[in-house]
Ligand binder design. Structure first.
Ligand SMILES: Nc1ncnc2c1ncn2[C@@H]1O[C@H](COP(=O)(O)OP(=O)(O)O)[C@@H](O)[C@H]1O
Ligand SMILES: [Mg+2]
Length: 407
């Protein structure tokens, strides 16, 4: 684990000693995990040593019991709604459009998986560095007002090492894995050198396989779930992610001008998959829909009806979502009792269930090396009433006309 981050953790621990406890009580735990957790069940688990002992804290006249953020993953494992997969899994979150909640989905899925004691690693692959910022990397420097510190701060910022340093063989992959305040959540940060790495990857043998062979496969020994947050542009880092992934999660913005983008995206994706003989499964997730706008609801229904691999649940436009992103939290942690948080729990349950089906189908079919689930998804897509959007423009237009204009 990277040393800089260990300094930061020491600082966090010191804060704890200064009474900065988070006091996550049973009521809050119940709302995060979306079910009524009985106090007696928690006490039993505590007694058996299955979960960490909570600390007493004063709430008005009442003494209550609370846990810190870094203690709740074992509680999530027992009382939560997600279970880890049968084998380690690499997922990328990608589509060729910006602002469609790729990074938001990455952050939310990763934090919630980690709070279920699923050892999760985020790999930032977008040169904009949004997920690295969302994880609070170098956050303390942003807030510093002391100009005298500037040299020291710059030195510390420059000390952040990432994938490019592993590529240049200056360090081992373990040294670019940073820890977050949730013990089961780690990340590899984006650094400006990702741009150079993207170029360098073009000049090596097996240039699409570097990420899979040098990063993802070795790290699957230490993590149950690896999530790659992708940029919206199709570059060498992205093709590496597509080769390394077991599952692609692709946000589908519920806006009319997304159709054209989606059509081109699917075309490129299918061509790449065929050329490279890849076996990954795809899950489409509707995002940014608005329950009060008919067009938005119609578009979401169209996706659901016509894309078998699209989730029924999605992420709608909401100020709670925006607030959670601004606070660098998952929506479920930020507003656990709101409808939008329940929708996200349902979405993650659905995504996990789809992935489990893929994994079971893979086990079942390993015998004759044929992935039936993948094949079924593919044939369903091609033969469904919607037709293949990317190869047949007129059918797509007919379908859209029928859905939106009723003729
Ligand atoms: N549920 C939501 N509704 C509307 N906006 C959201 C929601 N959740 C997050 N946002 C905002 O949307 C912006 C873009 O999302 P982001 O995940 O960065 O997109 P991408 O990674 O696809 O470019 C973020 O700045 C975030 O504040
Ligand atoms: Mg992003």
């Amino acid at each position: 684990m990277n040393n800089n981050q260990n300094d930061k953790n020491d600082k966090n621990n010191k804060n704890d000693n200064n009474d900065c406890k988070e006091n996550i009580n049973i009521k809050k735990l119940s709302s995060i995990f979306g079910k009524n957790i009985a106090e007696i069940e928690i006490l039993k688990a505590e007694e058996k040593g299955l979960i960490p002992a909570g600390h007493p804290y004063r709430k008005g006249a009442i003494i209550s019991k609370g846990w810190n953020l870094d203690q709740i993953s074992p509680i999530g494992e027992i009382f939560g709604f997600l279970k880890k997969f049968e084998r380690p899994l690499a997922v990328s979150v990608f589509t060729t459009k910006g602002g469609v909640l790729k990074t938001t989905l990455t952050l939310n899925l990763a934090r919630i998986a980690a709070l279920h004691n699923i050892r999760t690693l985020i790999i930032g692959l977008d040169m904009q560095g949004d997920i690295t910022n969302a994880l609070g990397h170098n956050e303390e420097f942003e807030e510093s007002n002391d100009v005298n510190d500037i040299k020291e701060i710059l030195a510390k910022i420059n000390a952040t090492e990432g994938l490019a340093d592993v590529f240049n063989r200056t360090i081992k992959v373990e040294n670019v894995v940073y820890q977050t305040p949730i013990p089961t959540l780690c990340y590899i940060p984006e650094t400006p050198e990702l741009a150079a790495l993207n170029e360098s990857l073009s000049n090596i043998n097996r240039r699409e396989y570097w990420l899979k062979e040098k990063i993802i496969t070795p790290l699957k020994e230490f993590f149950d779930l690896i999530i790659m947050d992708c940029s919206p542009n199709w570059n060498r880092l992205i093709t590496n992610a597509l080769v390394a992934q077991d599952v692609l999660i692709s946000p589908l913005e519920c806006k009319i001008n997304n159709f054209r983008n989606f059509k081109v995206f699917r075309h490129f994706l299918n061509e790449f998959k065929k050329d490279m003989d890849l076996k990954f499964n795809t899950i489409f997730v509707p995002t940014r829909y608005c329950n009060t706008k008919k067009l938005s609801i119609d578009i979401k229904s169209w996706y659901n009806k016509n894309l078998p691999s699209c989730t029924v649940n999605g992420i709608r436009e909401s100020t709670y979502g925006e607030e959670a992103s601004a606070l660098k939290l998952s929506l479920i942690e930020h507003s656990p009792s709101k409808v939008v948080a329940q929708e996200m729990r349902d979405l993650f349950t659905e995504i996990f269930s789809k992935i489990n089906n893929f994994v079971s189908a893979e086990n079942f079919n390993n015998f004759n090396n044929f992935n039936a689930q993948e094949f079924n998804t593919y044939t369903d897509t091609c033969t469904s009433a919607s037709t293949d959007m990317m190869s047949d423009k007129s059918n797509l237009d007919d379908e859209l006309n029928r859905v939106f204009y009723g003729h």
